[in-house]
Write a protein that binds this ligand. Sequence first.
Ligand code: ADP
Ligand code: MG
Length: 246
Amino acid sequence: MIEILDLHKSYGPLAVLKGIDLKLEHGKVLVIIGPSGSGKTTLLRCFNLLEVPDRGCIVFGDTKLNFTDTKKVSEHNVLALRKRTGMVFQSYNLFPHMTALGNVMEGQVTVQKRSKGDARKRALALLDKVGLAEKTDFYPHQLSGGQQQRVAIARAMAVDPEVLLFDEPTSALDPELVGEVLKVIKQLAAEGMTMVIVTHEMKFAADVADKIILMDDGLILERGTPEDVLEHPKSTRALQFLNRLK
Ligand code: ADP
Ligand code: MG
């Protein structure tokens, strides 16, 4: 469903992605792990073109985008691809002046042009699904970090994305709030949502991932099932990284 071919991205002189190839099938969960600075966030942001790659190719269903140094991908194509994805950030990024309900309605009304009535119905159903039926009229500052992140997940789901992207969704949370967010993500995985998740939660990664990639210095160092990558890594560098997390 999504295929990435020989993807490169630099910031000025700093090469951050140095040739990434991967495939993600519909309904599967890909987990990205790796040391800080290895390019995980940049790769995730290339999936929805929050960062535009310098070179390479992204195939998204029936759409193929080629990136070259000379020819720019049109804004139209960028927006079209972005609409097919939903992003959940480490720091939630909710609109502070809107209630939980307002946050989950917003994209539906502005991007998808749904009626307010329909958007409201869908938002209420999603907030119920993430366990926040009682909190729909609360503002972000009245919610815990775990609750805010669950609103953010509902918001990302509300525009019916084909793939959900998570960048360290629990790393800003107090430890006792991590579980409630991971539980929601696991539930979505069980329902067949296609997802790409950057995380340092190894037990969660092992539970939820169909495939794991371990990035190091802009390249994929290890790839395979959770067992392949977490239990039987081939490289010493991967082993060192995994041992540090234990
Ligand atoms: P990770 O998520 O694995 O920690 P990132 O993708 O955030 O890694 O960053 C990879 C490298 O790219 C880091 O060295 C980081 O400082 C650099 N980088 C990330 N974003 C930018 C940017 N917008 N401008 C310049 N350098 C950046
Ligand atoms: Mg990151």
